[in-house]
Design a protein around this ligand. Structure first.
Ligand code: SF4
Length: 243
């Protein structure tokens, strides 16, 4: 490292796994020289996926937005931050007065959902808007899970998560955590964690129509026919009830 070239310890901003990364940056030329997994991160233990390696290209991408822009017909024009904030406040105020709070919807996803600025200030903005129009990627693919968690545990975000580092028998149904890094389980380095279950003498079973990357390292793979998973689950419930 030199005076200009410095190493920064950060979290990858792309998903909730929040892997620890080491970013080597040249402050003279304002360029990123490289991104690596951080072996000192107690959670991800040097693991990162290809998305994080791509941070270097993303940072220097000429199409990356560096300033607010405003649409003018078919073109876009740059504007200052103060002007952009004033314009957003004006337009939101007009919408609220004219059409009421639910004329405004907000969409929350990665990476804002796990960034300190949003966690600190987002709720204030949402409370001020008083809208109940709230959307996330989960609106598309996890609503049954949120609804069932609300009935069973009292809230959509109260989710039971597998205790991967202590479990001795993991059944993975219709999920591919080796690629997703566990998504809501928030478990970077999933391949290592699954291998650790087996090293402890445990078993990993995958139930999926497709022989996924997770199925390939499982002890047992059960290929259900698409559309028959409800029958399988009812059969399992039946055995549990009987035995
Ligand atoms: S799994 Fe990949 S995208 Fe998600 S935080 Fe880790 S490195 Fe980033």
């Amino acid at each position: 490292m030199t005076e200009d070239v410095r190493l920064h310890h950060r979290s990858c901003p792309f998903c909730e796994a929040a892997c620890g990364i080491r970013v080597q940056a040249d402050h003279g030329s304002r360029t990123i020289l490289g991104v690596r997994g951080d072996p000192e991160d107690p959670f991800s233990r040097s693991f990162i996926c290809p998305k994080s390696y791509g941070l270097t290209q993303l940072h220097s991408d000429p199409d990356r937005l560096r300033r607010p822009v405003r649409r003018r017909g078919k073109d876009w024009e740059e504007m200052g931050w103060d002007e952009a904030m004033d314009e957003a406040a004006d337009r939101l105020g007009t919408l609220l007065k004219t059409h009421g709070p639910n004329s405004i919807a907000y969409y929350l996803g990665n990476p804002s959902g796990h960034k300190a600025p949003f966690l600190l200030y987002g709720p204030l903005l949402i409370r001020a808007l008083q809208t109940n129009q709230f959307y996330t990627p989960g609106t598309l693919d996890q609503i049954p899970k949120y609804v069932s968690a609300s009935y069973m545990f009292g809230g959509p975000t109260i989710q039971p998560l597998a205790d991967l580092d202590r479990t001795s028998y993991l059944i993975v149904i219709g999920n591919n955590p080796v690629v997703s890094q566990g998504s809501m389980m928030v478990a970077p380095g999933m391949k290592r964690r699954l291998e650790d279950i087996r090293k402890r003498g445990g078993r990993v079973v995958v139930i999926d129509p497709r022989r996924t990357e997770t199925a390939q390292i499982a002890d047992e793979y059960i290929a259900v026919r698409p559309g028959t998973d409800a029958y399988l689950l009812f059969a399992m419930v039946d055995v549990l009830a009987r035995e």
